[in-house]
Design a protein around this ligand. Structure first.
Ligand code: PGA
Length: 249
């Protein structure tokens, strides 16, 4: 089923005390939206965040995981480790992971398989760079990212996957895709899924937009028919702004 989701990606921000303070602020706000709300704190704070929010509607999710179950991968965290502390949703393929840690479609396909094998839900991110858009190649780039990392899956896997279109040129730059640009790409993504898996899977897919979503532009972006929510970076670090975005639904 298609859902409305607003997920806050905290990236490498907030130590333990700051994590607790932000969660306290979030719990103080009254939420009037019917969107599912998620936050992704750093690995070191996931356990504490999960404990604090386990009876709350806010879901605590992970920013990343490794594809292996365990082994000699210094500094990495596996799906089963996340599951063991209660985390059942993971963000995969964020453009910062692709750009700074050489994550490729092929390595992401392995992470997708590992997450699914562990019954985790995936928020799968992708999006074109500015040069791609300037060259008019944004659809081809996005189509390849989706095909290469996801199209080996059976149709049944897609109920565990949420897609997040994040044009790289709009992340952390203050530059947002216009609501029309977001809608056009989301419709294209849905069509790409439909061509491979049929209408029902495509229609049921939750597709989030990410890239400089703020209280001031959320309503217009989320108002587009193929935009089902947002993955929020900078504006997720202030409870007031985050909830203003959540309440845009
Ligand atoms: P931003 O980040 O909202 O700060 O642009 C979005 C993201 O990276 O998910």
């Amino acid at each position: 089923m298609r859902k409305n989701i607003v997920a806050g990606n905290w990236k490498m921000n907030n130590d333990l005390a700051q994590t607790e303070a932000l969660i306290t602020d979030l719990k103080r706000q009254t939420q009037t939206s019917n969107a599912e709300v998620m936050i992704a704190p750093a690995f070191t704070n996931l356990w504490q965040a999960f404990q604090t929010l386990k009876d709350d509607t806010i879901e605590v999710i992970s920013q990343n995981m490794h594809f292996a179950e365990n082994g000699a991968y210094t500094g990495e965290v596996s799906a089963s480790m996340l599951k063991s502390i209660g985390i059942t949703t993971v963000i995969l393929g964020h453009s910062e992971r692709r750009a700074y840690y050489n994550e490729t479609d092929a390595s992401l396909a392995k992470k997708v398989d590992a997450a699914l094998a562990n019954d985790m839900r995936i928020i799968f991110c992708f999006g074109e760079e500015l040069a791609d858009r300037k060259a008019g190649k944004q659809e081809a780039v996005v189509e390849n990212q989706i095909k290469n990392a996801l199209f080996h899956l059976d149709a049944s896997a897609f109920k565990h996957i949420v897609l997040a279109y994040e044009p790289v040129w709009a992340i952390g730059t203050g530059e947002t895709a216009s609501p029309e640009q977001a809608q056009d790409m989301h419709a294209f993504i849905r069509k790409t899924l439909e061509n491979k898996y049929g209408h029902t899977i495509a229609d049921d897919m939750t597709i989030l937009y990410g890239g400089s979503v703020k209280p001031g532009n959320a309503k217009e972006i989320f108002g587009k028919p193929d935009v089902d929510g947002g993955l929020i970076g900078g504006a997720a670090l202030k409870a007031e702004d985050f909830y203003a975005i959540v309440d845009a639904f």
